[in-house]
Design a binder for this molecule. Structure first.
Ligand code: NCD
Length: 312
C-alpha cells in the first residue's frame, strides 16, 4: 500500500538524497539544544521492542525540548505484545494515539513493513541488522563537526560489520557523498556482507579490507568502532570465538592524524579501552549528545514540514 504517508517516513538512509541529508544536518545545527513549543499538542509514540539507552532517550528528550508528549513502551514486558499482539495491530493502535511513531524492532525489514501501513510518519530506530538511519545522521553530523566535510574522507569501520546495522547504514550514506574511502576491519566471522560491499563498489565507492586496526589507524580521518552484536549471533559459542578479538587502546592511536576522531554508536563493551577516553581522538560522548539536535530536526522535517517527503 504505497500511500502518500509512506514518503514522509524515514526507514532507510538510502531513501534520502545527499541534499536531504545535508538539510537534516543544517536544521539540526540551527536547532541545537534549544527549547521550543513547536510540537505543542502533538504526541510521539516510542515503540521499542529491543533495548535502547541513547536512541530512546534522545528521542524522548527531543520531543520534550520541542514541547510535545510521548507514549509507548521501552520493552514488550507488560504490553499486549506478550499476549501475542502482532506488530500490525500495535502500529494500528499507536497511529490512533500519536502523530508519529518511532520503532525499534529485531526483525530486518520490520520498519518498512510498518511504515507502509502507518497513517502517521514512522521513523526507523533500528530494524535487526539492517538499518539505523537516525544514528547515521548523527554520525554524519559528528563527522562534519569534526572534519569540516563529508567528502573525501578515509573512514575505518571496525568491529561487528556483519550484524551491525549502524555500519550498514553509515556505509550507504558515505557512498552518497564524493570520494569517501572505506576501510573495513573485522574478525573473519564478522565481515561486512559481500553483497552489500559489491553494491557500494558499483556506486563508485573505494573499499579496502584490513585485518588489523594498527595497519590503518594512522591513515584514516575517522575510526568508527562497534561492539559485537552478541544478541544477533547464532549461538553463544560464536560469541566466545570472537570476544576480545579486537580492542582499541591509546597505544594503537599513537601517530594517528591530529584531527582523527574515534566514533562509536555506543554502548561499548570492551572494544575501546578506557585510556582512549582521555585522548584528543575520543569523540563518542559528544557524538551521543549530537543525537538530540539531529532527532529534533527529523521530527520537525517529518511532522511539521514535508521537506523529506520527496522521492529520491
Ligand atoms: C546501536 C544499535 O542499537 O544498533 N546502538 C545505538 O542505537 N546507539 C549499536 C549497538 O547496539 O551496538
Amino acid at each position: 500500500m504505497a500511500t502518500a504517508t509512506r514518503a514522509a517516513s524515514l526507514v532507510s538512509i538510502r531513501d534520502l538524497s545527499r541534499a536531504e541529508m545535508e538539510r537534516v544536518l543544517e536544521v539540526a545545527a540551527e536547532m541545537g539544544h534549544a527549547r521550543s513549543d513547536e510540537l505543542h499538542g502533538k504526541q510521539v509514540a516510542l515503540l521499542f521492542y529491543e533495548p535502547s539507552t541513547r536512541t530512546r532517550n534522545s528521542f524522548l528528550t527531543a520531543v520534550h525540548q520541542m514541547g510535545g508528549t510521548v507514549c509507548g513502551f521501552d520493552n514488550t514486558e507488560g504490553t499486549s505484545v506478550q499476549k501475542g499482539e502482532t506488530l500490525h495491530d500495535t502500529i494500528k493502535m499507536f497511529e490512533a494515539y500519536s502523530d508519529a511513531i518511532v520503532l525499534r524492532h529485531p526483525r530486518d525489514g520490520a520498519a518498512r513493513w510498518a511504515a507502509d501501513l502507518s497513517g502517521v510518519p514512522l521513523i526507523n530506530a533500528g530494524d535487526g541488522k539492517n538499518q539505523h538511519p537516525t544514528q547515521t545522521l548523527l554520525d554524519l553530523f559528528s563527522m562534519r563537526a569534526t572534519q569540516g566535510r563529508l567528502d573525501n574522507l578515509h573512514v575505518a569501520l571496525t568491529g561487528d560489520l556483519k550484524y551491525g546495522r549502524t555500519v550498514h547504514s553509515l556505509a550507504d550514506a558515505l557512498a552518497e557523498f564524493r570520494g569517501n574511502v572505506l576501510h573495513l576491519v573485522a574478525p573473519p566471522t564478522l565481515e561486512f556482507p559481500a553483497q552489500h560491499a559489491a553494491e557500494l563498489r558499483a556506486r563508485g565507492m573505494e573499499i579496502h579490507q584490513h585485518r588489523r586496526l594498527e595497519d590503518i589507524a594512522r591513515e584514516v580521518d575517522v575510526l568508527y568502532v562497534t561492539r559485537i552484536q552478541r544478541e544477533r549471533l547464532p549461538d553463544e559459542t560464536e560469541y566466545e570465538k570472537v570476544r576480545g578479538s579486537y580492542r582499541l587502546t591509546a597505544a594503537t592511536l599513537e601517530g594517528a592524524k591530529d584531527n582523527m576522531r574515534v566514533l562509536h554508536p555506543l554502548p561499548r563493551v570492551d572494544e575501546i579501552a578506557a585510556d582512549v577516553d582521555a585522548t584528543k581522538h575520543a569523540y563518542y560522548f559528544e557524538q551521543a549528545r549530537n543525537g538530540i539536535p539531529v532527532r529534533k530536526a527529523l521530527l520537525r522535517l517529518l511532522m511539521l514540514t514535508d521537506e523529506l517527503a520527496g522521492e529520491k
